[in-house]
Design a protein around this ligand. Structure first.
Ligand SMILES: *[C@@H]1O[C@H](CO)[C@@H](O)[C@H](O)[C@H]1NC(C)=O
Ligand SMILES: *[C@@H]1O[C@H](CO)[C@@H](O)[C@H](O)[C@H]1NC(C)=O
Length: 360
């Protein structure tokens, strides 16, 4: 027979995980929380994506017999309409049939955005999406959902470029494709492996910074010492939210459980909370420091940033000179994308598309 105190204790023990799970929501009702069902749903997607890439021993790769070229997965993360869809449509130029087989498009649109499909290359490219919110780990989850879906969708997806609705291309598709797939290694690994002799070693293009003054505040945004032992402060990094990852790194990101356990914790200090600017650079620089460029190929103007937002270009500033200036970088690569542009820049940008942006 059970006595009352025991039942009470048992009930308390059972509810404890639920309390811990929902506490962030109860404490700050305006924050979007990642619920347990959402988390389970994501995990099953990530598992399927990882499993899809594992070849049974002795089997011939599905791609073994084809000469198909690698593709770029363009992943649009947005919580509004895609203002610059007409420019991207020109960038992808689906009329060029040789180009059509070199990319895929995926969109994660916040369900609250009521986004209208822009049609064209974006038609039927929406992935199952969940609510996102700034300064919360939901942006990490959304990016991981895009990566997992793109990994699952097409084994030829070799690069995964994350962009937002405020990003524009700064070059033609041809140029972007050639830049990414030209051989480039940060430091040539002397690999003895001859299993994949034709596989060039590729870099991920993600900013990784360790000297930024705000790093400590960002590190303790969830409370002191909570990131330990998985993420000691000297491994904590900051970088751009938008990046281009190799397939190997996309897989590392969707396989990760360890760091996610920490980065999914809600921030106590919301002013210093930008999990999506830390999770990806921290994880990849810990797991494969030689495989990341440490710089981004998306030009963002942080001069005079307001409320954590970078400078937003307005129509009057759009000019051929601006496009040319934004391309110039300190790395051996030209910037491929630019951010942020206000939605009403569409018309002046369209005027430059043919003769400036996509010429080169
Ligand atoms: C970056 O933003 C500042 C305003 O904060 C502006 O004056 C400057 O021209 C911008 N840089 C470029 C390259 O457009
Ligand atoms: C290149 O590096 C120099 C020196 O660090 C810096 O002053 C300049 O702003 C950088 N230019 C760009 C386009 O990043």
């Amino acid at each position: 027979m059970l006595n009352a105190p025991f039942v009470l204790l048992f009930a308390l023990l059972l509810t404890l995980p639920l309390v811990l799970l929902f506490a962030p929501r109860i404490l700050s009702p305006k924050r979007v929380a990642i619920t347990l069902p959402d988390e389970i749903d994501d995990l099953s997607l990530f598992r399927r994506a990882v499993r899809s890439t594992v070849q049974p021993p002795g089997s011939v790769s599905r791609l073994g017999a084809t000469n198909a070229k690698p593709k770029i997965a363009f992943m649009f993360l947005t919580n509004t309409d895609l203002h610059f869809a007409p420019i991207w449509e020109k960038f992808f130029d689906p009329a060029k049939s040789d180009q059509r087989s070199l990319y895929n498009v995926y969109i994660h649109a916040d369900p609250d955005s009521d986004m209208k499909s822009p049609g064209g290359v974006f038609e039927n490219r929406f992935i199952p999406a969940k609510k996102t919110q700034r300064s919360s780990p939901t942006l990490i989850s959304a990016a991981r959902r895009l990566l997992a879906t793109a990994v699952l969708d097409d084994p030829l997806n070799a690069y995964f470029a994350l962009v937002s609705q405020h990003c524009i291309p700064l070059h033609s598709f041809r140029y972007v494709y050639k830049s990414l797939f030209q051989p480039h290694t940060k430091s040539k690994p002397k690999s003895r492996s001859t299993r994949f002799p034709s596989q060039p070693s590729r870099l991920s293009f993600i900013e990784v910074l360790s000297e930024e003054p705000q790093l400590w505040d960002r590190y303790i945004a969830r409370g002191k010492n909570v990131m330990l032992p998985e993420v000691p402060f000297d491994k904590f990094r900051i970088g751009s939210q938008f990046y281009i990852l190799t397939r190997a790194h996309a897989l590392k990101v969707i396989k990760d459980r360890n760091l996610w356990r920490k980065f999914q914790l809600p921030c106590l200090n919301v002013d210093s909370c930008y999990p999506e600017e830390h999770y990806f650079p921290t994880l990849l620089s810990m797991e494969d420091p030689k495989g990341v460029s440490e710089y981004t190929l998306t030009n963002v103007n942080w001069t005079g940033s307001v409320d954590g937002h970078p400078y937003t270009y307005s129509p009057a500033e759009v000019s051929p000179e601006l496009i040319r200036t934004l391309r110039v970088s300190n790395s051996s690569f030209s910037y491929l994308f630019g951010r942020k542009f206000s939605p009403d820049c569409l018309l002046p940008l369209m005027d430059l598309a043919e003769n400036v942006i996509f010429r080169g």
